[in-house]
Design a protein around this ligand. Structure first.
Ligand code: SF4
Length: 433
């Protein structure tokens, strides 16, 4: 668990007084949103919530969400000067969440004198970052989201004990009060894409990576009890934690495949929700694991086991129910792919069977490239949307894109910040046009 305990006023003031107000502020440099951390902590120390909130929200419009859900030990808190002095770093995430929970002041919306409107596709972090940046610049903004909630994967799969819905709602309400209009359950098909192209002066794509990569190994069948994607499991578990669904039944022996944060979150939740043995299998070694160190440490402290250089190459199913997985040892090769050492099965090590009740796979998500096709923009092998890296403009001048649909994977705060930068770029393009 990272930042989830909410500070009381007295604790927040005491914590703020520990801050050294470093001139170079390595904490701010490590923050993808570049929040002026010593600046807001100084206002907080003076018990000036308005001043502290003004500083945070200008750089981070999802301040409450980021305060609780950011991997702060790997970002600002990891860079805090107090670490080098042998002291506990400032609890920056918890202080930010405290300010966000108590800040009641609305967004500052400028009037640019133009009646131009922007359609934002996707209500995840990049879409929301872009939308508020454009509203601040005085443009009309309408957000189109295919699901029935605002926040994207933030609202679907981050465990509720870390990020309750009430926190997301508070940040989202600020955006609604700023005049952003939301249209939920709207699929951007060919017809809707044409309507957006005709009706709006610019379009921003912030859909993220919304499709699960398919998983198939020897012995697999469709509709098997006990084999599920990590996103489906996390969505169900979040609903359970929020009291609107039954406990997901995984059984006592659970295998999780993958080394990213989604895999680690699934393993953590499986353990927290009662499974006795939870084992993460990762094809590479700990050094290559893309998940955050803070997530790994939380999982390990709960008793989640890790088996490196291990992969499932077959499953055994009886009567549509998973019985066991066959584990294959992997080994590194000389070649590299995507900057990482490549692996292949180590045929000298015998495979072994591991009886289990559930197999959760977290192999990442991929771009739903149909929207790009409908809007007529170029992609890189249908994996990412192609943009100019400085302006986030796509191959069609009035369409921009940012976030995971462009980067291929990111954090909430990175996607939100990219969306804000793209929003400024769209605003400049509209004002000059
Ligand atoms: Fe305060 Fe730590 Fe940032 Fe220095 S690095 S300004 S001590 S939070």
């Amino acid at each position: 668990m990272r930042n989830s305990s909410m500070l009381k006023r007295s604790d927040a003031l005491v914590e703020a007084r520990r801050c050294l107000g470093c001139f170079e502020s390595p904490c701010t440099q490590a923050c993808p949103a570049h929040v002026d951390i010593p600046g807001f902590i100084k206002r907080l120390r003076e018990d000036n919530i308005e001043g502290a909130g003004d500083i945070i929200y200008v750089s981070c419009p999802l301040s409450y969400v980021c305060g609780l859900a950011c991997p702060t030990p790997d970002l600002c808190e990891g860079a805090c000067t107090l670490n080098k002095l042998g002291q506990t770093p400032i609890r920056i995430g918890a202080l930010q969440a405290y300010v966000a929970n108590n800040y009641e002041f609305p967004e500052n919306i400028n009037d640019n004198g133009k009646r131009k409107a922007v359609a934002v596709i996707g209500a995840g972090p990049s879409g929301l970052g872009c939308a508020i940046q454009l509203r601040r610049m005085g443009f009309e903004v309408e957000v189109f989201e295919k699901s029935n909630s605002i926040g994207g994967l933030v609202d679907r799969v981050i465990p509720s004990h870390r990020l309750p819905s009430s926190v997301i709602i508070r940040d989202v309400n600020r955006l609604k009060e700023a005049g952003i209009k939301f249209h939920l359950r709207v699929e951007i098909d060919e017809e809707n894409a044409k309507i957006l192209l005709d009706d709006f002066d610019a379009i921003f794509i912030g859909t993220g990576l919304s499709s699960d990569k398919e998983y198939w190994v020897e012995g697999m069948e469709n509709g098997v009890e006990g084999i599920l994607s990590a996103l489906d499991y996390l969505e169900h578990a979040r609903k359970y934690e929020e009291g609107v669904a039954d406990l997901p039944q995984l059984g006592n022996q659970v295998i999780v495949i993958g080394g990213g944060n989604v895999a680690l979150d699934a393993a953590i939740l499986a353990k927290r929700l009662g499974s006795e043995q939870v084992i993460v299998l990762y094809r590479r070694s700990k050094d290559e694991m893309p998940g955050w160190e803070s997530e790994y440490l939380e999982a390990a402290s709960l008793g989640v086991e890790f088996r490196w250089l291990s992969s499932v190459n077959a499953v055994t199913i009886e009567k549509k129910k998973l019985q066991s997985v066959t584990v294959q040892r992997m080994k590194f090769t000389e070649s590299q792919k995507g900057g990482r050492r490549w692996v292949e099965p180590d045929l000298e090590v015998p495979i072994y069977q591991f009886p289990c009740d559930s197999l959760i796979y977290a192999l990442g998500q991929e771009l739903d490239s149909a929207i790009a096709d409908y809007l007529g923009i170029k992609t890189l092998d249908k994996q990412k949307i192609q943009v100019d890296p400085s302006s986030f403009q796509t191959s069609v001048p009035k369409i921009f894109a940012a976030g995971e649909a462009v980067s291929g994977g990111s954090t909430i705060v990175n996607s939100m910040s990219q969306g804000m930068i793209a929003g400024r770029s769209i605003g400049r393009w509209l004002l000059e046009g």
